[in-house]
Design a protein around this ligand. Structure first.
Ligand code: ATP
Ligand code: MG
Length: 262
């Protein structure tokens, strides 16, 4: 037997390497990468303008990268469209919650399902009976999810009437309609009151226990420290360090990157 036995590392659920994106002259993301282990809550932090949201946009192919590779569960996804990526199990939420304020909470959930179904949605319309059944199933699913995040009483309210935190929960709920394996959350605690931040963290914790994996951008370090197994730091579009939350929080390079911005 060879002495050079190297144990096979567990394949990450999501991995990206060498991602680049330039807007005009601005190098928003330069040679950045990440690994997200299955079942983990992984954090992505960095100063304002570091390229975190752009990096999410590249991962979900909301914006096409100039170069780089992305794999989900070992499958190359950089040529797929966002809804195809959603069907493979990766969905994302937006830094500014995209809830449509003049639609009800339930309608927002149903619309979220439509977005994530892509062309399948139109097949449903070509088979009306099937459509009715699927609509009912979707509605039941939406109601179950809304109840799990404490929004049952708001089902028929305009999404515009929700608080910042409730809107974030609606957005996560909408992402859950796709039965994802991995959810990318862009600042789930921003603009949310402290009590609801605790609720959101509790929900994320529970969903992870049920088998979901999370990648979370967040400026709130309490949230990162409470939830994350591993944290990746972006600065000026590129990877600075990664490691446990404690290691990263105490790393002088990270402290310098944050101080440098002010
Ligand atoms: N569509 C765009 N067109 C031009 N420049 C952009 C675009 N999107 C992002 N940028 C620029 O890319 C850089 C990275 O922005 P990005 O929003 O990804 O940062 P961020 O880390 O998410 O910041 P924050 O913490 O403030 O949300 C910034 O300089 C930003 O102005
Ligand atoms: Mg951002």
């Amino acid at each position: 037997m060879s002495n050079n036995y190297v144990p096979m590392s567990t394949q990450p659920l999501l991995s990206a390497r060498g991602l680049c994106k330039t807007f005009g002259g601005v190098k928003a993301v330069q040679q950045a990468g990440i690994e997200v282990a299955t079942g983990s809550i992984t954090g992505l932090i960095g100063p304002n303008g570091a390229g975190k949201t752009t990096f999410f946009n590249l991962l979900s192919n909301f914006i096409r990268a100039d170069s780089g590779q992305i794999e989900l569960n070992g499958r190359k996804i950089d040529n797929l469209q966002s809804h195809q990526i959603a069907r493979l199990g990766m969905v994302r939420t937006f830094q500014v919650a995209k809830a449509l304020s003049r639609m009800s909470v339930l309608e927002n959930m149903m619309l979220g399902a439509k977005d994530q179904m892509g062309e399948k949605f139109w097949q449903v319309w070509l088979q009306p009976n099937q459509a009715r059944i699927e609509q009912r199933e979707l509605k039941d699913k939406a109601m179950t999810i809304l109840s799990s995040v404490g929004l049952s009483a708001k089902v028929n309210d305009y999404a515009g009437g929700l608080s910042g935190g409730q809107r974030k929960l609606l957005e996560i709920g909408r992402a859950l309609m796709a039965d994802p394996k991995l959810i990318l959350l862009d600042e789930p605690a921003a603009g949310v009151n402290p009590r609801l931040i605790e609720d959101i963290c509790g929900h994320i914790h529970n969903w992870r226990k049920e088998g979901l994996t999370f990648l979370i951008i967040e400026h709130n370090m309490d949230v990162i420290m409470t939830l994350c197994d591993r944290v990746w730091v972006l600065a000026e579009g590129t990877n600075l360090v990664d490691g446990t939350p404690t290691k990263v929080q105490n790393d002088p390079r990270v402290i310098e990157a944050y101080l440098g911005i002010d």
